[in-house]
Write a protein that binds this ligand. Structure first.
Ligand code: BGC
Ligand code: BGC
Length: 829
């Protein structure tokens, strides 16, 4: 029997009273730019009469269908070589969670085979088409980091600390080589965002908050990736095409909200966020990716004045503009399936990962109906073909036949790893040193902290997987963790090192390094309510204090994508080093921390803060250390004046609804009988009785003491809910394949169970689930898309979590949040 839960009752509706969609803040302007106030540039790639003649000839021979195909990019999740053949798709990509054959951890050789298969399909002319070769784009944003075994460079924020454009060009060149080994032609990099609010979870993808510093890097990275813009064949030179992203002001949104709205004026838009695009254009960047975000309430993907007026016309950008992952669906009047507005605004290629077919079909129908002028289609196709010709794609042959392809030794090669290690050394920023650094190599070193021996953690998001989660050291052959680097350096100097995550030891060490900080995250998952370390990551502060109480000198090393309020650690440790997200070559840390046999440093600290460090968790309280700050071994030692340990803002995370059994601020936990109006009980103190004595709720230990709530239900219908009076918009997460996660231990399973959500006052959707009995907590996930497809309006969710049961049940719930790291993904019932 199919379980249908009747939740649309007065009892639950009551929780939604007073709920209304939040009024949109009135934008400061109308989102229309004035190109005349923007700087002019000149696209340097020489025009080639031969290429133009070839483009004209191709356009003449291509059918409308073939032209539309070129405008569409599909994700590996959802496209086959045969689709590329039939629809003449211009491009494929692998998003952060996709790879060949559905395996984002597929071995390198499989990527090259897949590249060959897509290429062969694209040039197949047996159906009478012209056979334009396809290009494959990938997020090689810090090395070719989707590939197991590749060199993983520090994320951009760390490179910004190095203040070294020449280093950036070398990294670009090494990254291009590794991409070419597995057969791709295009990287969605560099990110040239200029983040202004570090609550934004993508801030680490930017080099700096300073437009000048970012602008000084962009040309170098583009040149490293693409080679000089002289019209020479990019592929023949062992290079790839780049994509500066995300145009424009992705880092300028209010409160640092991912995909949010930058309500700034046009001068700030131009001078802060526009600054990096000039150097990119002057270096001949081949593609620009439009931002998901809005300016003055208008989505960039639909902003003609900026995409066409400013970027293409005023700035003379001669490549093509690609949209972001289904971003067209967010343009006013558009859906994921249909959006001629984006093309008309200036998008040349639609990143339509799982929607490529409806986008293809709707564009075709709109073109046939005369709703899109053919001239605009021809112009977009010409831009794409121009880039393909510049690549030398038509002459390059199948990917595996090209230079560098399949030279597996180049993937994670010693040279590239040496370069990454240099980058790690140069990115370290020293904020405090009370004489404990450099460490003497001959002594006994204790290395503490959960993050010390965790390469995924030190690499951050966009590493092997989208959010950088779900992988461990075994996925990083050839890489070195921070701990391993320290161990090697200390033992090479005749000393000993001990790894002890909790800081306990058997033999008293001479010094301790405590490695702590953020865990990997990427888009939206990384957004925070304030600039502080998540409370559950602050445990090492205590370790530092304990070690120090015992008279052991402590060096704190922070893994982080951004400057955060960490005054307790700055006070507790004798030295404090910001390592950012160093990537696969953790030995770069030891190079600087561990001195030579004579006690002198081997390498000095060179890194300078790429953005101001906050005094509290609220940036409005000012900077503790300004942009550009950083000590070195020559810095005079100053007395340490203890910093106030007041965060000054709460750590609330709008995507966590229940943590350690307790609802997050502005959320409440209820239990109700869906069939009995008025039965809803808000659960605030424990033990509690509800449902007329049918339910008993107690506090139970989980990861922490009383970290869960246990529900014992003596038969009948029950629904445990998390609700809020201010409905939340989780449509972005839904589009991004995020899951609703809930951590539950099922002691006695009910006859039937369902996961539901509620939007607005009425809409309720239930997905039936089977949760097996067990003695452990398990983190289950259900795709948000599943609930959306059942009718939930994800833009106004009042109850993101309803767990409905029928019959006797006994279960404990510890956590409910959005995320991607489920232990078990439940099917959409
Ligand atoms: C991100 C882009 C990325 C694309 C492909 C989007 O969600 O915003 O930066 O290039 O996905 O993975
Ligand atoms: C993909 C990412 C993409 C994101 C878009 C994920 O499923 O793996 O590459 O950026 O969705 O929101």
């Amino acid at each position: 029997m199919r379980f249908r839960f009747h939740l649309a009752t007065a009892a639950l509706a009551a929780a939604a009273t007073g709920v209304s969609a939040q009024p949109e803040a009135a934008p400061a302007g109308n989102g229309v730019a004035n190109p005349a106030i923007w700087p002019e540039y000149q696209y340097p790639v020489p025009e080639s009469a031969a290429a133009e003649a070839r483009i004209a000839d191709l356009l003449e021979r291509m059918t409308l269908e073939e032209k539309i195909g070129q405008l569409v990019q599909a994700d590996l999740c959802c496209v086959t070589p045969d689709d590329v053949r039939r629809y003449n798709l211009g491009s494929v990509l692998n998003g952060g969670n996709s790879g060949p054959g559905g395996d984002d951890l597929a071995p390198a050789a499989r990527w090259l085979e897949a590249a060959d298969a897509f290429y062969a399909a694209s040039v197949d002319t047996s159906d009478g088409g012209v056979g334009i070769p396809v290009i494959w784009g990938t997020d090689a944003v810090h090395g070719h980091a989707n590939i197991v075994g590749a060199t993983i460079f520090p994320h951009n924020i760390g490179l910004g600390a190095a203040q070294d454009p020449a280093l950036i060009e070398r990294i670009g060149a090494a990254t291009a080589i590794e991409i070419r080994v597995t057969g791709q032609e295009w990287t969605f990099a560099p990110t040239v965002t200029v983040p202004q609010d570090f609550r934004w979870g993508r801030a680490y993808e930017g080099y700096s908050s300073d437009p000048e510093l970012v602008a000084s890097y962009v040309g170098a990275m583009v040149r490293g990736l693409q080679g000089p813009p002289d019209g020479g064949s990019i592929l023949a030179r062992g290079k790839v095409i780049a994509s500066t992203k995300h145009f424009l002001a992705d880092g300028g949104t209010d409160r640092g909200v991912d995909q949010g709205d930058a309500t700034i004026g046009e001068e700030a838009l131009r001078d802060i966020h526009g600054a990096p695009y000039g150097p990119a254009i002057e270096e001949g960047v081949a593609t620009v990716m439009a931002s998901f975000s809005s300016w003055q309430g208008v989505k960039m993907t639909g902003n003609q004045s900026l995409l066409t007026g400013v970027l293409k016309e005023r700035m003379d950008f001669g490549g093509f503009v690609v949209s972001d992952w289904n971003a067209h669906g967010q343009v006013e009047g558009c859906t994921n399936e249909s959006c001629p507005q984006a093309l008309m605004a200036g998008i040349d290629m639609y990143m339509a990962p799982d929607t490529w077919k409806p986008i293809y079909e709707s564009l075709l129908a709109q073109a046939k109906a005369g709703e899109i002028p053919i001239s605009r289609i021809d112009e977009a196709v010409a831009r794409i073909l121009r880039v393909k010709l510049r690549l030398g794609l038509f002459e390059a042959g199948k990917p595996s036949s090209r230079a560098l392809s399949g030279d597996w030794d180049l993937l994670g090669s010693p040279d590239h790893r040496t370069l990454a290690r240099e980058a790690v050394r140069k990115s370290l920023v020293l904020l405090k040193n009370q004489g404990v650094l450099p460490l003497r190599p001959g002594g006994r070193l204790l290395v503490a902290g959960e993050g010390a021996d965790d390469i995924a953690r030190q690499s951050g998001g966009w590493t092997l997987t989208w959010q950088g989660t779900g992988v461990d050291n075994s996925h990083f052959p050839g890489a070195t963790s921070l701990w391993e680097g320290l161990r090697q350096a200390v033992s090479a100097g005749g000393g000993t090192a001990q790894l002890s995550p909790d800081g306990s030891f058997s033999r008293r060490p001479d010094a301790a390094v405590v490695i702590f900080g953020e865990k990997p995250y990427a888009e939206f998952q990384g957004d925070r309510a304030s600039l502080q370390l998540d409370p559950d990551l602050a445990g090492p502060y205590e370790t530092m204090r304990k070690l120090k109480e015992q008279g052991i000198p402590v060096v704190a090393v922070m893994i982080t994508g951004r400057p955060l309020y960490v005054n307790p650690a700055l006070n507790a440790a004798d030295a404090f080093v910001v390592a950012w997200l160093p990537g696969s070559e953790g030995a770069g840390l030891a190079d600087v921390l561990v001195g030579g046999p004579d006690g002198a440093p081997n390498f000095d600290f060179m890194g300078k803060l790429p953005a101001a460090w906050p005094r509290t968790a609220n940036m409005d309280d000012g900077a503790l250390y300004p942009f550009g700050y950083g000590l070195n071994y020559a810095s005079p030692r100053a007395e340490w004046a203890a910093l106030p340990e007041k965060a000054g803002a709460s750590a609330g995370d709008s995507r966590t609804f229940l943590a350690a059994g307790a609802p997050a601020s502005s959320w409440s936990l209820h239990i109700a009988d869906p069939g009995a109006p008025g039965s809803m009980t808000r659960l605030t103190t424990f033990p509690a009785e509800a449902l007329g004595g049918r339910a008993r709720v107690t506090a139970e230990d989980a990861a922490v003491q009383e970290g869960a709530r246990r529900f014992r239900i003596a038969g009948g219908e029950a629904a445990v809910t998390l609700g809020t009076f201010e409905p939340i918009d989780i449509s972005r997460e839904t589009n991004g394949d995020v899951l609703l996660l809930f951590t539950l231990k099922m002691t006695d399973a009910p006859e039937r169970a369902g996961i539901a959500m509620r939007s607005g006052a009425e809409a309720i959707a239930v997905s039936n689930v089977r949760i097996p009995e067990g003695s452990e907590f398990v983190r289950y996930g259900i795709p948000l898309k599943c609930l959306r497809d059942k009718g939930i309006d994800m833009t106004r969710v009042a109850m993101p979590f309803v767990f409905a049961t029928s019959g006797t049940a006994d279960f404990a719930l510890s956590e409910v949040r959005l995320g991607t790291d489920a232990q078990t993904v439940l099917p959409c019932g």
